[in-house]
Design a protein around this ligand. Structure first.
Ligand code: ADP
Length: 257
């Protein structure tokens, strides 16, 4: 079996006396595309912070690339894009290329000079998200959806093995968020990059992902998309806390192991 990229085992986390996550187990392997879904306040962002090593669980273990998260030195192996990334206003003094190139500072340190190879890596990363022609534009002139593509590209410039995104389409309209998700699917399929995507857009993301994790303090379900598709709407609604009706546009999945 391949090395796991992320391995959470029996993770429990409380904010003070309030129980937020209980006995969460989740493994992400190379090349998998996970959708992490759940209602507001179900613990999704907390789980992401735990697996990035920003919060320490009260119980359980967290491994990245087979090592305890606190020991992981190659932080560039993980790219992270938060929901707040796409909020530069029009006056922000940086071009798209500069923003993407700044993604290489994890490898080089903050005060190193960028080389021609760095610029090439940044341009390649922009090409992967179809934003090459925006390289010299000011980041603040772009729409929320375009800015979010730039931030994915910034994460890609460092050639991560795993891309983690927390609600990347907040504030992006439905049509643009659908094309954003197709771009992620292509990245996963063509580049083999593993993805862990937190989203409230259940229909959209569960049709794209190879695996689905349903969280609401406890893990209601985690597994391949084909098994997720067998859950009925009543079961999902009970877990979600309100009525959920899923329209499965595509049947099954490719990597349902
Ligand atoms: P989600 O991302 O699914 O919306 P969160 O992980 O942000 O959920 O929050 C899970 C629960 O933890 C919520 O009830 C939220 O109010 C609470 N919470 C989040 N951050 C904090 C914090 N810093 N201090 C106390 N409670 C928090």
């Amino acid at each position: 079996m391949q090395e796991s990229l992320v391995k959470l085992t029996d993770v429990t986390f409380n904010y003070g006396s309030s129980s937020v996550l209980e006995d969460i187990t989740l493994t992400v392997r190379p090349g998998e595309f996970w959708a992490l879904i759940g209602p507001n306040g179900s613990g999704k962002s907390t789980l992401i912070k735990i697996l990035l090593g920003l919060l320490k669980p009260d119980k359980g273990t967290v491994e990245l690339f087979g090592q305890p998260v606190s020991h992981v030195s190659h932080k560039e192996r993980v790219g992270y894009v938060s929901q707040k990334s796409n909020s530069f206003n029009s006056g922000f003094p940086a071009t798209v290329l500069e923003v993407v190139r700044s993604g290489l500072t994890k490898k080089k340190g903050l005060f190193k000079r960028f080389t021609k190879a760095d610029t090439e890596a940044a341009m390649n990363a922009l090409r992967e998200v179809d934003m090459e022609s925006f390289a010299d534009r000011n980041i603040g002139e772009l729409s929320g959806g375009q800015q979010q593509r730039v931030f994915i590209s910034r994460a890609l410039a460092a050639k991560p093995e795993l891309l983690i995104m927390d609600e990347p389409t907040v504030g992006v309209d439905q049509q643009n968020s659908a094309s954003f998700y197709s771009m992620l699917e292509k990245l996963n399929r063509d580049n083999g990059i593993a993805i862990l995507l937190v989203s409230h857009e259940i229909d959209l993301v569960t049709d794209l992902a190879s695996h689905v994790a349903c969280l609401n303090r406890t893990m209601h379900f985690h597994g391949g998309r084909r098994d997720f598709a067998k859950l009925n709407d009543n079961d999902l609604s009970r877990w979600y806390g309100h009525s959920v009706r899923l329209i499965h546009q595509k049947e099954g999945g490719t990597s349902n192991d």
